[in-house]
Design a protein around this ligand. Structure first.
Ligand code: TYM
Length: 327
């Protein structure tokens, strides 16, 4: 069975973009692959975050993952900080990376270009830590949204560099971005991705949003003045985004939705999508509440840490021997 690994930062509440871009795919993959999903809590420290908030986000994330249908019997779910080998290999990957390479990473570049202050060294060296997260487990595939593809490319470069310098050690992984719904955009600024850090919360639907509020956000989503329901992401990005959301949540191909709405208006379509989102969130949140009230999260993490550590510890021991850290 091919192996797959992916991660998510617990830096805010999960939103529909995360669900559609990542979690909904994971649910399918867990039946077809040996799957590892981890919470990248060490990456969360690259920007200031209160301990209390980090703890709550982490627990919420696991509970939401479970509520979304990830099944710890089929896959391994763990916390990055429970497996110290991530940071250990992270340092080695940092030492393999060139400044120029890291300066080209868009997340860092964008922030610097905007003249943001308070950019930490951690934010700069976060891609090599991400490479370590991946390479410890020798996955065949790394499913990520489009925005993370560049980091997986760097991971491939670092794996090849290490293998070349010290002999074959790491599998060179492939990024995996799906076709439908690989990127969900802000409901208010459809040229920007839906993001947890977006200031205008009308643009983002959180998985823990009140379902009635989420429906309102869909109803007031920005569209266009073309007035024809068709899938045209270039000229009608807002509408295309809504069609993608409906398609993924209801499992109906976009062409079929477009056909049903021939000659109809945006308002009607939004009403259906609003209801789809309302039902989806209501169901998800009921499951989430049940999980949070039990001790499932703690149990799943304990089991996950044991399994992940077995693999990661073996790998880091091998790496330490190869680079000369263990004598
Ligand atoms: P993060 O936490 O920003 O996002 C988690 C996953 O969700 C995807 N995503 C989206 N997909 C579609 N539309 C959107 N609007 C959207 N927003 C986010 C992201 O591409 C990602 O797949 N660096 C990573 C976390 C990480 C990681 C790893 C991932 C750390 N180590 C190792 C894979 C493997 C991050 O910040 O993702």
């Amino acid at each position: 069975m091919k192996r797959m690994l992916s991660g998510i930062k617990p830096t805010g509440r999960l939103h529909l973009g995360n669900y559609i871009g990542a979690i909904s795919q994971f649910k399918q993959y867990q039946d077809e692959y040996e799957m590892f999903i981890f919470i990248a809590n060490e990456h969360a420290l690259t920007v200031p975050i209160e301990a209390k908030e980090l703890r709550k986000n982490t627990k919420d994330l696991i509970a939401l993952y479970l509520a979304c249908g990830l099944d710890p019997e089929k896959m391994t779910l763990f916390l990055q900080s429970d497996v110290p080998a991530h940071v250990q290999l992270g340092w080695i990957m940092t030492c393999l990376s060139y400044m120029g390479e890291l300066q080209r990473m868009t997340q860092y570049k964008d922030k610097t270009a905007k003249g943001e202050t308070g950019i930490t060294a951690g934010l700069f060296t976060y891609p090599p830590l991400m490479a370590a997260d991946i390479l410890l487990y020798d996955p065949d595939y790394v499913p990520v949204g489009q925005d993370q593809k560049q980091h997986v490319e760097l991971t491939r470069t670092l794996a090849e560099r290490f293998n070349h310098r010290y002999s074959d050690t790491f599998k060179v992984p492939e990024p995996l971005t799906s076709k439908v719904g690989q990127k969900i955009y802000s409901l208010q600024e459809p040229e920007k991705k839906m993001s947890k850090s977006e200031k205008d919360s009308k643009g983002t639907i959180d998985l823990l949003d009140d379902p009635a509020l989420a429906r309102k956000k869909i109803m007031s989503a920005k569209t266009d003045s073309v007035g024809i329901i068709q899938y045209d992401p270039i000229n009608q990005p807002g509408l295309a985004n809504l069609l993608t959301i409906q398609s993924v949540l209801s499992n109906e191909p976009i062409e079929s939705i477009v056909k049903r709405y021939e000659g109809k208006g945006y308002g009607e379509l939004k009403k259906e999508i609003g209801q789809t989102v309302y039902d989806f969130l209501s169901d998800l949140q009921a499951k989430y509440k049940e999980i949070i009230a039990s001790n499932q999260v703690e149990e799943v993490l304990k089991q996950g840490a044991e399994k992940a550590s077995r693999i990661a510890n073996k790998k880091i021991a091998k790496v330490y021997r190869k680079v000369g850290l263990s004598i």
